[in-house]
Design a protein around this ligand. Structure first.
Ligand code: UDP
Ligand code: MN
Length: 282
C-alpha cells in the first residue's frame, strides 16, 4: 500500500481560521492515503474546529495544546508546542509496521497537488512537454514511459525515504527559497536570509519519513536556545544532514508550496448592540 502522508497543522482561533482550514482541506481531500493532524493552540478542542474537521472530508486527528503566554511574543518561534504534540501522537500511535511520510503545513500556506501526486498530465500525453533538464542520460535511455515515472517520482513527497526538501515560494525575502542541487544532492541553498543556516529552508519545505520520526524519539522543535528562523535547522539537524537530503519538485526546480500570509479582515464595523438576528459561524 502507498505510504500515508501525514500533514501536521498548528492552528489558532482568529477571524480567518475557518477560511484557512477550508482552503487547506480542499487540497488535502484530493490526496489519497492522507491523514491530517490538526493541533489547536488552545486549552481545549474548540467547537468550530471540531465541527469543521468532522465535515471536511479529510481523515484527521484533532489535538490541542496551549502555548504559554510567555512564548507568545513578537520574534518568538510559533507553534513549537503544537508540532511537538503531533510528533508525540505519531510516536504513540504509529509503529515500525506503518509506512508514512510527515510534513508541516501551516494553516495559511498554499499547496499544489503536484507536491503529493502526479502532475496533471494525461498518461498518453507526450512527455516531451515535461522538463528533462534534471534527468541523467541513463534515465532518459530507459525510455519515455519509465522516464515519465521518474519525473513523477522527482515531484512527490510520498517517496521520501529519509528527509526530502523542495522550494518554498515567498520566504527568505525572495520570491522563493530553494535547495541548490547538483548530481541529485543538495549542495547549498538559494536564499535571501541568513544563508549561514545549516538548513536554509522554511517549515513548509521538507518532509520526513515516519520511520525517521520513530527512530529519533527525542527529536523535537526547540524553544530553548532557538533563534527566530532557526526552528527548521534546529529540528532537522537532530535527524539528518545536508548530504542525505532528497530533492523533490523536479530536483528543486519547481515551487509547489507558497508561504502565503492572510491579511487580517476589517472588522471595525461589527455591531456592538444591534447584532444580526441569527448567529452565524464564520
Ligand atoms: N500559530 C499558532 N499559535 C499562534 C500563532 C500561530 O498555533 O499563536 C500557528 C498558525 O496557525 C500557523 C503556524 O502556527 O499554522 C505558523 O504561524 P504563522 O502562519 O502566523 O507564522 P508565519 O507565517 O508568520 O511564519
Ligand atoms: Mn504562515
Amino acid at each position: 500500500a502507498l505510504p500515508v502522508i501525514y500533514a501536521i497543522t498548528p492552528t489558532y482561533t482568529r477571524p480567518v481560521q475557518k477560511a484557512e482550514l477550508t482552503r487547506l482541506s480542499h487540497a488535502f481531500r484530493q490526496v489519497p492515503r492522507f491523514h491530517w493532524i490538526v493541533v489547536e493552540d488552545s486549552t481545549a478542542r474548540t467547537e468550530l474546529v471540531a465541527r469543521f474537521l468532522a465535515r471536511c472530508g479529510v481523515p484527521y486527528t484533532h489535538l490541542h495544546v496551549f502555548t504559554p503566554r510567555r512564548f507568545k511574543r513578537a520574534g518568538m518561534p510559533r507553534a513549537t508546542e503544537q508540532r511537538n504534540v503531533a510528533l508525540a501522537w505519531l510516536r504513540q500511535h504509529r509503529s515500525k509496521r506503518d509506512a508514512g511520510v510527515v510534513f508541516f503545513a501551516d494553516d495559511d500556506n498554499t499547496y499544489s497537488l503536484e507536491l503529493f501526486e502526479e502532475p496533471p498530465f494525461s498518461k498518453s500525453q507526450d512527455i516531451s512537454d515535461l522538463q528533462f533538464g534534471q534527468l541523467t542520460n541513463e534515465e532518459l535511455q530507459l525510455g519515455k514511459k519509465s522516464a515519465s515515472l521518474l519525473v513523477v517520482d522527482y515531484m512527490k513527497m510520498r517517496s521520501t525515504r529519509g528527509v526530502s526538501v523542495w522550494p518554498v515560494g515567498f520566504v527568505g525575502g525572495r520570491a522563493y527559497e530553494r535547495p541548490l542541487v547538483s548530481g541529485g544532492k543538495v549542495v547549498g541553498w538559494y536564499t535571501g536570509w541568513r544563508p549561514d543556516r545549516p538548513f536554509a529552508t522554511d517549515m513548509a519545505g521538507f518532509a520526513v519519513n515516519l520511520q525517521v520520526i520513530l527512530a529519533n524519539p527525542r527529536a523535537q522543535f526547540k524553544r530553548r536556545g532557538s533563534q527566530p528562523g532557526m526552528q527548521e535547522s534546529d529540528f532537522l539537524k537532530q535527524i539528518t544532514n545536508v548530504t542525505e537530503l532528497e530533492p523533490k519538485a523536479n530536483n528543486c526546480t519547481r515551487v509547489l508550496v507558497w508561504h502565503t500570509r492572510t491579511e487580517k479582515p476589517h472588522l471595525a464595523n461589527e455591531p456592538k448592540h444591534r447584532k444580526d438576528t441569527v448567529v452565524i459561524e464564520v
